[in-house]
Design a protein around this ligand. Sequence first.
Ligand SMILES: Cc1ncc(COP(=O)(O)O)c(C=O)c1O
Length: 364
Amino acid sequence: MKTAGGTRTADAAALVRPEIRAMRAYRLAQPQGAVRLHQNEAPDDWPEEVKRAIVERVLAAPWHRYPSARADAVCEAVGQMQQTPSSMIAATAGSNEALWAACSAFAARGTVVMSAPTYSMARTLAIASGARVVDSPLGDGFGLNPDVLLRAAHAQRAELIYLASPNNPTGNAFPSEAIRAVVEGSPGAVVLDEAYWEFASASHLDLVSRFSHVLVVRTFSKAMGGAGLRVGWITAQAALVAELHKVIPPYSLNVFAQIAIPVLVARREMAGARVQAIVSERGRVARALEALGMRVYPSETNFLLFSPGRPPAEVWQGLADRGVLVRDVSRVAGLEACLRVSIGSVADNGRFLAAIGSVVAEGR
Ligand SMILES: Cc1ncc(COP(=O)(O)O)c(C=O)c1O
């Protein structure tokens, strides 16, 4: 690095940790007017009267003061919603921050073992926190073999196991016995990412009260329709939550999020109706894709992983040309033949099915 006349001229990016330089930054096209089925968002917004009630409260709140450092009202609301004491909840800026905090607290300068394929940001956040990531491949049909995962965790002396169930981007949930076996056999802590639990037949929040090394991570971004608010949370035993508060930055949730979340929680019956609609549409879209001769994987989420039976990148482009965005996951090992589509509104799903039918008919 040269310093000339008080100016540094060399490439400062070269000073960044090599493992960070080796990563690709997360970027996603978000063109206006497209049918957005690429981010697993909720298809419908909250009603205007709910949003207005929130905005009124935000107007009345002071903006020049820091809000609650730990978002106490959010923790209270989440605690009531899932019937756990608020001392067992740490609110975070999206569940992404929860994953980063868990990796930072347990595994910086250590190792995280994760089943693969899984949520790509989990890997990025673990590396950003300073951890080394070791993949443990899922088996046939993306099934979880606890022995395989535990063998890797013990061999690597992993401080943390990361497991998403239901898993993204595969869509399947792992059997409760398999998850429990991982928890019981893990040499370190276990993060169970339940971002999609509302769409699944089982949840595993109960493990938290029985195992002090389990952290369940959830989010307002999916079934709760609050992706724009950026709020997630960790549920763990109170002593562990107290430690996590040392790495989660204070005031991570801004005034708006801290006011909005308790209002949405009070109206959560609307999210219940949304989940029912999505699950029903999920079946309809899956059957329609199968009728086109495509392979659709079982899903307990708000999206479907499917193999279109022709090069995924071409199908992706054909859909994009018709104004429909899905996720091309074909660069992920094990998913070379696959695309992922979120379940949207009835109308958006119809546009997707019409577009993919036309891609098939016209060859691209
Ligand atoms: C498995 C999983 N975990 C966590 C997240 C992050 O969600 P957020 O940061 O919006 O809470 C996602 C988002 O797609 C996800 O799929």
